[in-house]
Design a protein around this ligand. Structure first.
Ligand SMILES: [Fe+2]
Ligand SMILES: [Fe+2]
Length: 357
């Protein structure tokens, strides 16, 4: 992308931003000024399509996804592809997955998917895989190696124990604060696959990993957590530039661990509060995370928004715009070696986040 088209891209994005409050992300892979290799992709996540009965679905979640798809189709320049970050469905029902995929089928161009726990735990991913194929894979695009991991697996014994029904198992996993739930993990099998996959990639190739849960440990009580995160990070450690993009947490999060930058995408359905506002237990929210202001918990689109993500020579800058809040940019600082909030708002200037007990 040259400078002209980059300006055009940002300008177009700004116009769209002003007109909507949609939770879609644009990701720009930049290989330096004027590089022919630069490209963009869009990121949509966590639509949680919910069946009421028959062909009735929760309208608000439908509308969030429909609008994100419509806006993605209007992007100029065209994104090379769209990535979907998981949790198409609320309870993993075939009707919910099909309804979500029908909405997503209106997207122009290729779409890549990662599995969320809400897609998985009713039938252990069988229907999702029937419709969308393997739950982990990799592909190369214009000099970048992309890896997709299923990070929401858990202990085999728990998954296969004698449940009353698959829906019973799903409902254990589809809740926050459930002591009967289990921590997510990538698991031995996929980590062996990942090692073999990465062995074929040169260490100076930018690597982008898509997962549903964060491949870092944030807050276990809500499963903002992947139990074998450190082991996955160790496999990514030899590479010069690594970015992990994830859904699941329905909020803005940024972190840097060693060579790996982490960024979360917002949901099309609803925002989750920050674990730090939860007073009962200690939060492990990463230090670099910048809290969104929660303006109004009764406003259905509060804390959803747009993200523009630029990858400068393999490092990510995320441009966030929130509907009723100040826009902010979390940009990679070459000197500090991690992302920083370039428009940091002092606590006194923020709208206090919602407290919950
Ligand atoms: Fe979700
Ligand atoms: Fe999720």
């Amino acid at each position: 992308m040259n400078n002209y088209s980059r300006r055009k891209f940002l300008k177009t994005g700004g116009a769209l931003l002003a007109a909507s409050s949609l939770p879609i992300s644009m990701v720009e892979m930049a290989f330096g000024k004027d590089s022919e290799q630069n490209f963009t992709f869009a990121y949509i996540s966590d639509s949680h399509i919910t069946q009421i009965e028959g062909n009735k679905f929760v309208r608000n979640w439908d509308r969030g996804l429909i609008r994100a798809v419509a806006e993605a189709n209007l992007l100029d320049p065209r994104p090379d592809f769209v990535f979907y970050g998981g949790d198409i469905a609320q309870l993993g029902k075939p009707e919910e997955i099909d309804h979500g995929l029908e909405i997503l089928s209106a997207l122009r161009g290729d779409v890549h998917y990662v599995m969320g726990e809400h897609d998985y735990y009713v039938d252990l991913g069988e229907y999702w895989q029937k419709q969308l194929g393997p739950d982990h894979y990799s592909f190369n695009h214009k000099g970048v190696h992309f890896v997709v991991l299923n990070s929401i697996l858990t202990h085999e014994e728990w998954m296969h124990k004698k449940w009353d029904s698959g829906m019973d198992r799903m409902k254990q996993m589809a809740r926050l604060d459930n002591p009967n739930g289990q921590p997510f993990m990538v698991g031995d099998k996929q980590r062996s696959w990942l090692k073999a996959d990465l062995d074929k990639v040169s260490k100076d190739t930018p690597v982008v990993v898509f997962s549903h849960s964060p491949l870092q440990k944030i807050y276990k009580g809500w499963n903002f957590w992947t139990d074998d995160a450190e082991q996955v990070q160790a496999l990514l450690k030899p590479f010069d530039k690594v970015t992990v993009l994830y859904g699941h947490v329905h909020q803005i999060q940024t972190n840097q661990i060693g060579n790996i930058s982490f960024h979360a995408a917002m949901a099309t359905a609803w925002p989750w509060p920050y674990p730090s506002t939860y007073t009962q237990q200690e939060s492990y929210l990463p230090k670099l995370t910048v809290d969104m202001n929660r303006a109004d918990p009764f406003f259905e689109r509060d804390a959803t928004g747009w993200q523009f993500i630029n990858l400068h020579s393999g490092n990510v800058d995320v441009h966030y715009t929130l509907p009723d809040n100040e826009a902010r940019v979390v940009a990679f600082d070459e000197k500090l070696g991690h992302p920083v909030d370039t428009k940091y708002q002092a606590m006194a200037d923020r709208t206090s986040p919602q407290k919950h007990y």
